[in-house]
Design a protein around this ligand. Structure first.
Ligand SMILES: Nc1nc2c(ncn2[C@@H]2O[C@H](COP(=O)(O)OP(=O)(O)OP(=O)(O)O)[C@@H](O)[C@H]2O)c(=O)[nH]1
Ligand SMILES: [Mg+2]
Ligand SMILES: [Zn+2]
Length: 317
């Protein structure tokens, strides 16, 4: 973990929770404190909250107040942001310094939806976040089916993990991926995200569907993101976000969508027209690559669908 500059006085900590005002921070010794920004940090900048969950900070105990004082904020390595509620154009930072996102889908129950997989991956690319695809519940499908689903994503350069919480497949691999990193876990309901995390770290005791359906029906309460320290005590955290789906693709520039498909990269700049949308233009290098089988047809189809949606959204604004 790289912390604030050594010149900053105080103890290094990471912001685990909060949306403004009082924040929860976890100092390097593993203790949690309530903390508030020092006055001088509050003043610079305009109205936007200066701090986000995941920020590396320095803190000092404040004898006069009950909360600690946040005296320094380190530069961020990444930012996951969403549009301000209410449709204004501003953005709000959901979490800073994420190392990676696990995009979890299941082979069955629920059936994987490739357009939705691609949508999650595009959101990661647009936010410059490293994405891994986790294909869970491989115990419910034939191996050939698992490979057919994995293939386009491996071809695009994504790490693909085949897992089964039931059978134990891929558990060591996943534990290694989480170790020492700040990881957001995303994916549709019921794919086994909580089951997977519980299997890796039983101390987490996350609620899974068997229980939550009766106890916790229809609650969508998460407002801000929250960092959960991994029990292995090596600086790894899970990020409980309000759901990447809600974060959405807004803010994504329609013209830049093609850059969110990593396997398109060799083609970009090779089309006849500089502003090619890779739709019907003549001499389109992307379409040529699809026809030659270098780009998976399903991925290209997702590109076209998403581009259509973004164009619609542009018009609506
Ligand atoms: N067969 C099989 N079932 C699994 C596997 N992993 C999880 N499940 C089951 O899938 C169901 C949903 O699991 P959860 O962990 O609650 O799913 P989730 O992704 O956390 O769902 P939300 O919290 O609603 O987003 C549970 O009944 C699990 O027992 C697996 O690898 N194989
Ligand atoms: Mg869950
Ligand atoms: Zn083109």
């Amino acid at each position: 973990m790289t912390g604030p500059a050594a010149t900053d006085a105080g103890v290094r900590a990471i912001v685990t929770e909060g949306t403004g005002g009082v924040w929860q921070v976890r100092t390097v010794d593993g203790r949690e404190h309530a903390a508030a920004l020092a006055g001088r940090l509050k003043q610079d900048g305009r109205n936007a909250p200066k701090l986000a969950v995941g920020d590396h900070v320095t803190v000092e105990p404040d004898e006069r107040a009950s909360a600690w004082r946040i005296t320094g904020i380190a530069p961020r390595t990444s930012v996951l942001s969403r549009r301000e509620p209410g449709g204004r154009h501003g953005e709000r930072i959901v979490a800073a310094n994420l190392d990676q996102v696990l995009v979890v889908f299941a082979l069955r129950s629920p059936e994987p939806h490739v357009r939705m997989i691609d949508r999650f991956l595009v959101i990661c690319e647009a936010n410059d976040l490293k994405a891994h695809l986790v294909l869970n519940k491989v115990d419910l499908a034939a191996p050939a089916e698992v490979e057919a689903l994995a293939e386009p994503y491996e071809a695009a350069g994504y790490p693909v993990h085949r897992t089964s919480v039931k059978r134990g497949d891929g558990m060591d691999e996943m534990r290694r991926e989480l170790h020492g990193r700040v990881t957001a876990v995303a994916g549709p309901s019921g794919v086994g995200k909580s089951s997977l995390l519980n299997a890796l770290h039983p101390e987490l005791g996350l609620r899974t569907q068997e229980i939550s359906q009766s106890v916790n029906k229809g609650r969508h309460t998460t407002v801000g993101a929250k960092l959960i320290a991994l029990p292995d005590g090596d600086g790894g955290y899970l990020v409980d976000t309000p759901g990447l789906r809600e974060i959405g693709m807004w803010g994504l520039i329609t013209e830049a969508l093609d850059q969110c498909f990593p396997e398109f990269a060799p083609c970009l700049g090779e089309c006849r027209f500089g502003d090619c949308t890779h739709d019907r233009e003549p001499d389109c290098a992307v379409r040529a690559a699809v026809e030659a089988g270098r780009i998976h047809a399903g991925r290209y189809e997702s590109y076209r669908k998403l581009r259509g949606e973004l164009t619609e959204a542009d018009r609506a604004w």
